[in-house]
Design a protein around this ligand. Structure first.
Ligand code: SAM
Length: 276
């Protein structure tokens, strides 16, 4: 019978956030696959655990993934950890989980620290519907394309960003979403200097043109607001269009007449009439 791949989230800053279950799984696993074994060794020392460690990261994942799968299929249990947070979320793990899913090896995820969820929960922005956008590409073209695809997005958006790229990213946000859009810059989560800076994109830009950004950031950006409701006279015009159409006028003529009667532009009346 094959073993299980456990996905074990680790603290994103505060060591107190390792769960009891994470400790137990790390202690019981046959081996631990880690993004950076030196980082994980520190965590294991903190927990008083000594376990066989192998590395699994972006540049060895193809070959190392196959080796891990072989061991899992032979019946060993593996705990996968990254440097911080939840494996497979902008971190190595996605490919290994896919391999397991394809070959029928059980995958057991533990809930735990994740910068994206921690950030949005306290962002002050709508949490009912959101989308996770991860890191923007460093390549100008794909970065632009990524942001352009989000121009009409109405859900709250979550981005990861490194401090040295923050200013350029805020400039791109301002260009695509506009300087008035609300943003919450969630910095150094769970650490001593934890901060939630809730502002408009324009205000954040002004701040970070003056001050060097320091620490780790999650950027939570409000979605595009729904279209403004029609103004009173437009709403009146829309109603008039309906009356005129009920009297037998075509939509085109009704819009024309209502616009004339109420002194509202034909386009506005037409848009309001469609909304009704
Ligand atoms: N898998 C991790 C998770 O579940 O959050 C994310 C790993 S990703 C490589 C690292 C990025 O997450 C950082 O560049 C930053 O944007 C964000 N991040 C991680 N820890 C953070 C913290 N304590 N405060 C703010 N952002 C953090």
């Amino acid at each position: 019978m094959s073993g299980t791949l456990y996905l074990v989230p680790t603290p994103i800053g505060n060591l107190g956030d390792v769960s009891q279950r994470a400790r137990e799984i790390l202690a019981a696993a046959d081996f631990i696959a880690a993004e950076d074994t030196r980082v994980t060794l520190k965590l294991l020392n903190h927990l008083g655990l000594k376990k066989p460690l192998i590395s699994y990261f972006e540049h060895n994942k193809a070959q190392r993934g196959a080796q891990i799968l072989e061991r899992l299929e032979a019946g060993e249990n593996c705990a996968l950890v990254t440097d911080a947070g939840t494996p497979a979320i902008s971190d190595p793990g996605e490919d290994l989980v896919k391999l397991c899913a394809q070959t029928g090896v059980p995958v057991c995820p533990l809930p735990g620290p994740c910068a994206a969820v921690t950030a949005i929960s306290a962002s002050g922005l709508p949490t009912g519907r959101f989308c996770f956008e991860g890191f923007l590409s460093t390549a100008k073209k794909s970065r632009r394309e990524h942001l352009e695809a989000l121009r009409e997005e109405q859900r709250t958006m979550i981005f990861y960003e490194a401090p040295h790229k923050l200013l350029a990213t805020l400039e791109d946000f301002s260009r695509v979403f506009g300087p008035e859009r609300e943003i919450s810059l969630c910095r150094e989560l769970t650490k001593i200097h934890e901060e939630f800076y809730r502002a408009t994109i324009g205000e954040a830009l002004a701040r970070y043109r003056e001050t060097d950004p320091k620490g780790e950031f999650v950027l939570v950006v409000a979605g595009k607001p729904e279209a403004e409701p029609a103004s009173a006279s437009e709403a009146q015009a829309a109603q008039r269009v309906q009356e005129l159409m009920a009297q037998g006028l075509s939509r085109k003529d009704a819009v024309k007449q209502a616009a004339q009667e109420l002194g509202v532009s034909r386009n506005a009346v037409y848009a309001a009439a469609l909304e009704v």
